[in-house]
Design a protein around this ligand. Structure first.
Ligand SMILES: [Zn+2]
Length: 350
């Protein structure tokens, strides 16, 4: 049987059109966006042994097909620059400009943000980036982690987790690239971290490989076959424009790298690769005085700060355990025994 040319032509056109449009709605939590729409809603974390919470989420769905990228910040709700950066991305990115779908979760740890409590979720005292993939029968952090794993990680193709220096951390910007041994995954995440553009990159090779014990959000994504990176900028409660801009621009550059936005992503050339991070913790409680700034290059043994008692007597000195760059140093005088004083990044060759 001969198919009339006009029908054949129409069929080809239909196939071609379907390749250039997304059709179905896309839902994350209560946010449902049709192609070409931006929708807002919540990741509903049910009450359990402690109260539930509603985590805000935005879905920006382009009308052209493309990958699903998830951007998450505010696991630590007082790392403000990262939260403000994603607020900026939400306001900047329009559905008509993108191919694929952007999921934005700007503030995971609402209680930390509202109560100005660093490092942990004040509801249960847990860090909200250590209990992935989470579980429904745990405390609020466990349940929130479970909902984020199901609604965000499992629905995305790529993920970026944004952090920064917390209220007590004077941090210089850097990102993390995890090498898993899976060549395809590693090539994609390496492309993302170079496109993001921060000039210091910590290389990790020791993240858990069991998806059921992934602990960190980026690793939860990676162990499920979705390339991911973590990035940090901002420090000590500030929202300085260059930190916010570096994070927002980094997200847009990764979108260009993934062909979700038009334009070319210019990757960072010759970044400083950090092969090992040494944490310095205090031996004593008292008043901390830093002697170096974030980003300073220090020699092994160099005195980087000291602790006095409340009478002004020096009772402990902090020395650099290795030569490298001060990734962050404590930004406040409050010091307890075993608190983090500084992280020193040892330079690797790549
Ligand atoms: Zn953080």
């Amino acid at each position: 049987m001969r198919i009339p040319r006009s029908i054949l032509f129409a069929a080809i056109l239909m196939i071609a059109t379907s390749l250039h449009a997304q059709t179905a709605n896309f839902s994350v939590g209560t946010a449902t966006a049709a192609p070409g729409q931006k929708a807002t809603g919540y990741l509903e974390v049910p009450a359990g042994v402690d109260p539930g919470t509603n985590i805000p989420v935005v879905v920006i769905r382009g009308s052209r097909p493309g990958p699903v990228l998830a951007l998450v910040s505010g696991a630590h709700g007082t790392e403000y620059a990262s939260i403000i950066a994603l607020e900026k991305v939400i306001q900047t990115v329009k559905p008509e400009d993108i191919a694929g779908t952007l999921i934005v979760v700007p503030l995971v740890n609402l209680a930390s943000f509202e109560k100005k409590v660093p490092h942990v979720n004040p509801v249960d005292g847990k860090s909200m980036n250590r209990f992935y993939p989470g579980k429904l029968d745990g405390t609020q952090t466990d349940r929130a982690s479970y909902v984020i794993t199901k609604e965000v990680v499992e629905k995305c193709d790529y993920l970026i987790d944004l952090h920064g220096g917390d209220l007590d951390e004077d941090l210089r910007p850097y990102s993390y690239w995890s090498k898993t041994g899976n060549a395809q995954l590693d090539a994609a995440s390496r492309g993302m971290v170079l496109a993001f553009g921060l000039d210091h990159i910590i290389l990790t090779t020791d993240r858990p490989t069991d998806p059921n014990a992934s602990r960190y959000l980026d690793n939860t994504s990676t162990t499920r076959g979705k390339p991911s990176i973590a990035v940090e900028a901002g420090h000590a409660g500030t929202t300085e424009p260059q930190d916010v801009q570096a994070l927002a621009d980094g997200c847009l550059n990764v979108m260009r790298y993934l062909k979700m936005l038009r334009g070319t992503a210019t990757p960072i050339e010759h970044p400083v690769w950090i092969g090992k991070v040494d944490s310095v913790t205090s031996d004593r409680e008292g008043i901390f005085y830093p002697l170096v700034a974030r980003g300073t290059y220090v020699q092994q043994g160099m005195k980087i700060g000291y602790v006095t008692d409340y009478f002004g007597n020096t009772i402990w000195e902090a020395h650099a355990p290795a030569s490298g760059v001060v990734l962050y140093i404590c930004s406040v005088p409050s010091m307890k025994k075993d608190d983090n004083v500084a992280n020193i990044g040892e330079i690797a060759t790549q």
